[in-house]
Design a protein around this ligand. Structure first.
Ligand code: KG4
Length: 349
């Protein structure tokens, strides 16, 4: 049995994963209510919450473990907020020492990137590798509050970044836009809910249509454009048209992402599947637009289940398992540098 620990930002999460039969359960303690009052995550408060939550959550493992102890622990080594990562790592090392098992750091972004494949493992762990091989090379989009990346998976353990954001991440742009519109943090779910009844053609926001050869995302212009637009509008008009503004803003973020995905597919006709993961992947409009792109390109579309889109420990355990099987044991210890670095450090006793 594998234990996964996630503490990179404002979610304290644990998961148990059986390498033979799949997930045994995952648990999360969200800190949204605490950080909402500050309009964003306060790192020091988040780390104190992890310190209180993670050890308290350990009792949830008692029943599924049934008196046994995990054989391996995987924890989020980075990227993330340093004091928060330290909490997860410290817990992992303490447990590893009690249970006399190894603890390995996992790259959070790589874990997101594998999350759309989770269902294949859950359905049928035995022929997971055969099924996944047919879907490689895989073109994936990771859109979350801290990252926006377009990447290619050529083999489990081999991920290449194709495009990154130059400024805000997609989720960050949504959250900042929501703040300007007077909505609570995190803004994504609020924008989506209001956008459902809005007209996305109400206002045309910029979608970062830079030159064809430029492979990067950029959302800061969009956010600034919303700010300037709001400065010219009477409060009452904004209030009355809030759902239209949310729909228009959401559409600009989604189309900004879609533009680069289509471009990547045009450049490389060899992709065998398209994937979507990260917190923003919960957005129904983004899921729909990406599903359409995949259909037009005749590619299978893989999307992480909603419960695995946000930060969670199941993806950490799963990624650890996959990469440990794919990479040799003494992989370089560079867990927090980048998505393309091999992430598994040596185990600690
Ligand atoms: O992956 P995630 O949980 O963690 C961080 O990167 O921090 O992503 C959180 C992000 C936030 O920006 C949040 O507003 C966004 O995901 N998000 C959404 C939706 N649900 C969460 N964005 C758009 N639509 C949603 N339904």
């Amino acid at each position: 049995m594998i234990l996964g620990i996630e503490s990179s930002c404002d979610d304290s999460a644990l998961a148990l994963f059986d390498p033979v039969t799949g997930g045994k359960g995952h648990w999360m303690s969200s800190q949204v209510a605490l950080h909402e009052q500050y309009g964003g995550v306060v790192p020091d408060l988040a780390s104190r919450e992890h310190l209180a939550n993670l050890p308290a959550m350990l009792r949830l493992l008692q029943e599924p473990l049934g008196g046994a102890s995990p054989d391996t622990i995987f924890y989020t080594a980075g990227p993330g907020l340093a004091p928060c990562l330290a909490m997860g790592k410290t817990l992992a090392q303490a447990l590893a020492s009690c249970w006399e098992c190894p603890a390995y750091g996992v790259n959070h972004l790589r874990a997101h990137a594998y999350s759309p494949f989770g269902d294949f493992f859950q359905d049928s762990p035995g022929d997971f590798s055969t099924r996944v091989e047919k879907l490689l090379p895989h073109l994936g989009l990771l859109a979350s509050g801290g990252n926006t990346l377009l990447y290619e998976i050529t083999a489990i353990g081999t991920i290449k970044i194709l495009a990154e954001t130059r400024d805000d991440a997609a989720g960050e742009a949504i959250d900042k836009g929501a703040k300007l519109l007077g909505l609570p943090y995190p803004g994504g779910p609020h924008i989506e809910r209001l956008a459902e009844n809005g007209d996305s053609a109400y206002h045309q926001f910029p979608i970062g249509q830079n030159r064809q050869q430029d492979m990067f995302f950029s959302f800061s212009g969009l956010k600034t454009s919303l700010r300037y637009y709001l400065e010219t509008q009477p409060e009452e008009t904004v209030r009355q048209n809030l759902s239209h503004l949310c729909a228009s803003y959401q559409e600009a973020v989604v189309q900004g992402l879609a533009l680069r995905i289509k471009q990547a597919i045009r450049r490389n006709r060899g992709f065998q599947s398209l994937g979507l993961c990260g917190g923003v992947a919960q957005n129904r409009r983004l899921r729909k637009v990406m599903a359409d792109i995949a259909e037009n390109a005749s590619l299978p579309f893989l999307v992480a289940r909603k419960e695995y889109c946000g930060d969670n420990a199941a993806m950490i355990a799963f990624a650890g398992l996959l990469e440990r099987a794919a990479l040799h044991e003494n992989a370089p210890v560079r867990p927090s540098l980048s998505l393309t670095e091999q992430s598994l450090p040596k185990g600690h006793r």
